[in-house]
Structures are given as C-alpha cells and as structure tokens.
Design a protein around this ligand. Structure first.
Ligand SMILES: Cc1ncc(COP(=O)(O)OP(=O)(O)O)c(N)n1
Ligand code: TZP
Ligand code: MG
Length: 211
C-alpha cells in the first residue's frame, strides 16, 4: 500500500554518525526500539556495499513490519524491492522515477521552499513531501537554507500530501513541531548518533504524547 505507516519517527541511517555501529546494527536497534520507517542514505559507498547493506536492512525491516525507503537511487530501490524511494529536486524526476518503480513503491519528494511546495502539487505519483531543512543542520553540507517553522506551516496549509519534517530536528524541537501539526519527524544525527537509541526513541515519543 502506498501510504507511510501510521507512526511518528522517520529514521535516516548514516554510517558516519552511527558511533561505529554501522548501518545494519543501527537499523536493528531502531527497529527494536519500535521505529517503523527507515531510510538508507549513503552517497559515497561502493555499489556492492550499498547493495549488501540494503539487502540486510530490508530483511530486518520486513521482519519488524517496518517501511524501508532508499534515498536517491532508483536502481538500488528496485534491486532490493524497497518499500519506498526518496528523491530531491536534483535527483531523477519524480514522473520518470514513478515510471521506473511501478505503482506499488512509495515515492517521497523533497521540497525546500514555498515555490517548490506549490510546484509539487502538480506532480503526479508523489506520496509524501520531505520538507526542510527546517532548522540548520551539519549533516547535509549542501542543504538549502533552513525554512524554519514558516516553511512547515506553508506545507501543512498548502499540500494535501503527508508532510515529513527534516533538518536539525533534536529532542528539543519535537514539541514545537508536533504542536504545529507535523506528524512525521525525520532525524539523522539525533537518532543514529544517540548513545542509547532505545532511550532516545522513548524520550521522543514521551514528548509527542505530552503534546
Ligand atoms: C524525508 C527526507 N526528506 C528530505 C530529504 C532530502 O533529499 P534531497 O534533497 O534529495 O537530499 P539528499 O538527502 O539526497 O542529500 C531526504 N533524504 N529525506
Ligand atoms: C537529509 C537531509 N535533508 C534535508 S536536511 C537533511 C539532514 C538532516 O540531518 P539531521 O537530522 O542530522 O539534522
Ligand atoms: Mg537526494
């Protein structure tokens, strides 16, 4: 089914931020903590390493009933039969990607400005929007300028697709985002870089529950 799971946390893997745990072990810890969406985002690894890691993470996700999304790479998403593909403004065009991945795989699309939010309305085949960076982030050196809460408000008011907030999201921002009406919170460093991933997930969910 082409909908994001009924959940809150959207974890994005990063070997670099994983405290040496690596992507597969990090995915296992996230899944055991109850995370239901995991994105694989490694831009500089060799094809074979990416394929092996994605095959392992996909299997773990399937065993935990979680959704596995691959960033950027249409061929890799197809090869491992991922549940979803995430593309940005400079990646394969969503219409072309949809043609290649068929009609079963989820397709996420990044928007960084109000203009891109408006333009995305007319693009068919997109299942959710990744909106951000909301806040400043050191994780993506080529990120656009942070759009702040105003960008999220605009997306929530002007798009009928599910909104995934991303960029600089730490535990401290969860209250503001949740109260704004954001349902999905995508995080890289805050989650995969946590000393205790299970505890971090518990803490984030406690904040959401208190909103
Ligand atoms: C959920 C989510 N939202 C946005 C992005 C960023 O995608 P993109 O702009 O293509 O940048 P890269 O991640 O490819 O550097 C994302 N990955 N996930
Ligand atoms: C992939 C991506 N897209 C926009 S910001 C970003 C990185 C977010 O990383 P972090 O959660 O560590 O700020
Ligand atoms: Mg991309």
């Amino acid at each position: 089914m082409r909908t994001l799971p009924d959940t809150d946390i959207y974890a994005v893997l990063s070997d670099e931020y994983s405290r040496g745990r690596g992507n597969v072990e990090t995915a296992r810890l996230l899944l055991e903590a109850g995370v239901k969406i995991i994105q694989y985002r490694e831009k500089n690894f060799a094809v074979q390493r990416r394929l092996e890691e994605c095959t392992a993470v996909k299997r773990l996700c399937a065993a935990h009933g979680a959704c596995f999304i691959i960033n950027d790479d249409v061929d890799l998403a197809r090869a491992v039969q991922a549940d979803g593909l995430h593309l940005g403004q400079s990646d394969t065009r969503p219409e072309e990607a949809r043609r290649l991945i068929g009609d079963k795989m989820l397709l996420g699309y990044s928007v960084t400005t109000q203009y891109e939010i408006d333009r995305a309305k007319n693009i068919p085949g997109i299942d959710y929007l990744g909106v951000g960076p909301v806040f400043a982030t050191g994780t993506k050196p080529d990120a656009a300028s942070p759009g702040g809460l105003a960008l999220l408000d605009y997306a929530l008011a002007n798009s009928d697709r599910p909104i995934v907030a991303i960029g600089g999201i730490k535990l401290e921002q969860v209250t503001a985002l949740t109260r704004r009406g954001v349902r999905y919170l995508a995080m890289v460093s805050e989650l995969v870089g946590a000393e205790d991933i299970r505890q971090k997930v518990v803490d984030i969910r406690a904040v959401i529950a208190g909103c």
